[in-house]
Design a protein around this ligand. Sequence first.
Ligand code: PNS
Length: 162
Amino acid sequence: MHRIAVVPGSFDPVTLGHLDVIGRAAGLFDELHVLVVHNPAKTALLPIAQRVSLLEQAIREQGLPDNILVTSWSVGLLVDYCTEVGASVLVKGIRSQVDVAYETPMAIVNRDLAGVETVFLLPNPAHAHVSSSLVRQVSALGGDVSPYVPAAVANYLQSRGD
Ligand code: PNS
């Protein structure tokens, strides 16, 4: 059986924490789709196409497995994408109890809607404090984000003057 899993998220921008989870998930499934999804609850920093491009560069930069595909989805439910590509599993990284509280209702709704299961992976503790929102804030205030993001993202944010 060819198992396809999806790692969805805003990835605004992708962090080393995301890449840790993506790399680990790629080893568990035949195909891993990293899906950039607009989250209406958040104010975006980067356009979706730029987030996809930075993810692709970062995955190459880190030498992650080549069963990873990066794409985006903006026309409906996350599980509609899963149904369209034949994915049966969502993968999410869980850093804390706050993430558990945030992710649990979404996991239950996604299973109710389409029978898609969610697998939670624990991150490398070195990245447990890293989040895109923290990176956006540090970057906007002129701080150095290079310990938290891949070089492609650090260079891009620096070149934008963020
Ligand atoms: O990185 P984020 O912002 O925490 O990711 C959240 C995301 C984009 C995965 C979530 O908002 C989502 O699944 N959006 C798609 C819309 C959807 O399907 N909603 C209903 C089920 S939760």
